[in-house]
Design a protein around this ligand. Structure first.
Ligand code: ZN
Length: 261
């Protein structure tokens, strides 16, 4: 029997659901998620949820595909994959994901970024507009990115290596002067057992040819949209349990292997 960490349940109002329920009963200001970041770090690279099921529950989000096959970007109700081998491609509804989080994005707040911000300034801005109490926020930034540094991970073969080993062979790309969109989330520390605490952002260019997990960028002029999220519907694939609090990786361990933020 999986029990919820009370701090997590309080911080995110987590409800465990079956994968067929991810798209049921549309709810505003909620995120849906399959599996946990701790399970992903523990080599659970194959999930039971289809991209179609994720898209039924959210039109903006991120994650990866089965086999830890590249970076997943969900924007405007479409799922895109940035494979390490390239090129960026549209993901079909029957493909499966071992880790994804998405929301039916609603704009609660708009912030115009008039002149370019470096990455640290962007994170400060996101922090200023983060929820003060519980919950998390979903983030969308559209505009000009003078510099973008993204990465992707290679599809893994069984027996699966630890995430840190897979990430050690990641591919990184540097781009300049791209128009595009950043999608992502900011989760509170109490969510560390299921999510990457802090910011987790993915990028995709307007022409859908360049994408990945965002390591660093400069941005502006651009429009930042924020949704305050107060609920999480969490699906756990077979074999995945919520981690015991003593097994929860520290934020710094996660940053080391996940990068970005
Ligand atoms: Zn990522």
């Amino acid at each position: 029997m999986t029990t919820l960490d009370p701090a997590l349940a309080h911080a995110l109002n987590v409800r465990l659901v079956d994968h067929r329920q991810l798209g049921a009963e549309p709810a505003d200001h909620a995120v849906i998620q399959t599996s946990t970041i701790a399970a992903l770090l523990d080599t659970k690279y194959d999930g039971d949820v289809t991209i179609g099921e994720v898209l039924a529950g959210g039109d903006l989000g991120l994650g990866t595909l089965n086999g830890l096959d590249g970076e997943l970007i969900i924007v405007d109700g479409e799922a895109w994959q940035a494979p390490a081998e390239g090129p960026v491609r549209r993901v079909s509804a029957d493909e499966k994901t071992p880790f994804a989080v998405a929301t039916r994005f609603i704009t609660d707040e708009i912030v115009e970024i008039d002149s370019p911000l470096n990455h640290g300034e962007l994170l400060d801005l996101l922090e200023q507009h983060a929820p003060q109490q519980s919950g998390c926020d979903a983030i969308r930034i559209d505009g000009l990115f003078p510099a973008v540094h993204v990465r992707s991970v290679y599809r893994q073969e069984e027996p699966y290596p630890p995430f840190a080993d897979a990430a050690a062979h990641q591919v990184e790309w540097h781009y300049e002067a791209l128009r595009g969109t950043v999608v992502g989330f900011r989760f509170p520390h109490a969510a560390s057992s299921v999510e990457m605490a802090g910011h987790h952002l993915h990028f995709i260019s307007d022409d859908r040819t360049k994408a990945g997990h965002l390591l660093e960028c400069s941005v502006g002029p651009a429009t930042l949209r924020i949704e305050a999220v107060g609920e999480m519907r969490l699906e756990l694939p077979p074999g995945v349990e919520l981690p015991h609090p003593s097994e929860i990786p520290s934020d710094s361990q996660l940053r080391e292997v996940e990068g970005g933020g």
